[in-house]
Design a protein around this ligand. Structure first.
Ligand code: IPD
Ligand code: CA
Ligand code: CA
Ligand code: CA
Length: 257
């Protein structure tokens, strides 16, 4: 894969996808529910995924595509080049706030993360990069965030997990400087990349973590299951994204139960 060429292409598509979403704010939104009344999909989720899938197929016809809304392929393994697409991450925020949502793409080669993209649509900032080229917020290179411990940082959480105290999340939060709940995995990843949160705990699907994993790991942040195992890129999991020190603190706490 030619990293520079792919980077250049994807940036152009994401700019266009962002503009399409913003222009669509003037039109009525069609909102449907999926698995529950709080699991939403809109015409713009579908339109954005179709747009990106078409661009990817044209650019890289041999690649496999995993997309949340089903316009990609059925994928049985990570052999070859796999593009993982979340057309709108934070659909509830998109519908209720018209803010705090992201477009995300992760590109894997034989299971190895190569390039990740998280477009913060309303702030017009694209987080991009990977292990070979570093991580950028638009054109600005990001430094590794400080390796802050749990007690000295804010922890991003999924609201159902926090409310239900899954994985002793309330105790973990009590040992931190406080909880933050942004309602979009992509926006949480961004806060971690920028050193504004020390971690994020949530039940996530592959398209929720595919892009962020590549960007976060390139900056020395760990992205694993909550018990410290490797993530399977084709399975959902309870995910812990954290600085190395915060991960160690959280694993110690969980082992004490
Ligand atoms: C959701 C958001 C949310 C997380 C959910 C995801 P979607 O993604 O990232 O923050 O808690 O698990 O499904 O459905 O809006 O793309
Ligand atoms: Ca969804
Ligand atoms: Ca998502
Ligand atoms: Ca989505």
């Amino acid at each position: 894969m030619n990293i520079d060429e792919v980077n250049h292409q994807v940036k152009g598509w994401l700019k266009e996808a962002r503009e399409n979403i913003i222009h669509a704010f003037g039109n009525p939104l069609s909102v449907e529910t999926k698995s529950s009344r709080v699991d939403l999909v809109t015409n713009m989720d579908k339109q954005t995924e179709k747009f990106l899938v078409n661009k990817i197929r044209e650019f890289d016809p041999n690649a496999k595509i995993l997309g949340e809304e089903g316009f990609g392929d059925d994928i049985a393994n990570l052999d070859g080049t796999v593009w993982i697409v979340d057309p709108i991450d934070g659909t509830m925020n998109f519908v209720k706030q018209k803010d705090h949502f992201a477009i995300m793409i992760g590109i894997y080669e034989n299971g190895i993360g190569k390039l990740g993209f998280i477009m913060d649509v309303m702030n017009d900032v694209l987080y991009s990069g990977g292990p070979d080229n570093g991580v950028f917020a638009n054109e600005n290179k990001l430094e590794k965030p400080e390796n802050t411990s749990l007690k000295d940082g804010l922890l991003g959480c999924s609201s159902p997990m926090l409310m239900m105290d899954y994985n002793h999340l309330q105790t973990i939060v009590k040992h931190s400087s406080g909880a933050r709940v942004y309602g979009s995995a992509g926006i949480e990843f961004i806060h971690i990349l920028r050193g504004q949160e020390i971690g994020y705990i949530s039940h996530l699907k592959p398209w929720d973590f595919a892009a962020g994993k590549i960007l976060a790991e390139a900056l020395g942040i760990t992205v694993k299951t909550i018990d410290g195992s490797e993530l399977d890129m084709l399975q959902s999991a309870n995910v812990l994204i954290a600085t190395e020190n915060a991960q160690e603190d959280i694993l110690k706490l969980l082992n004490s139960f």
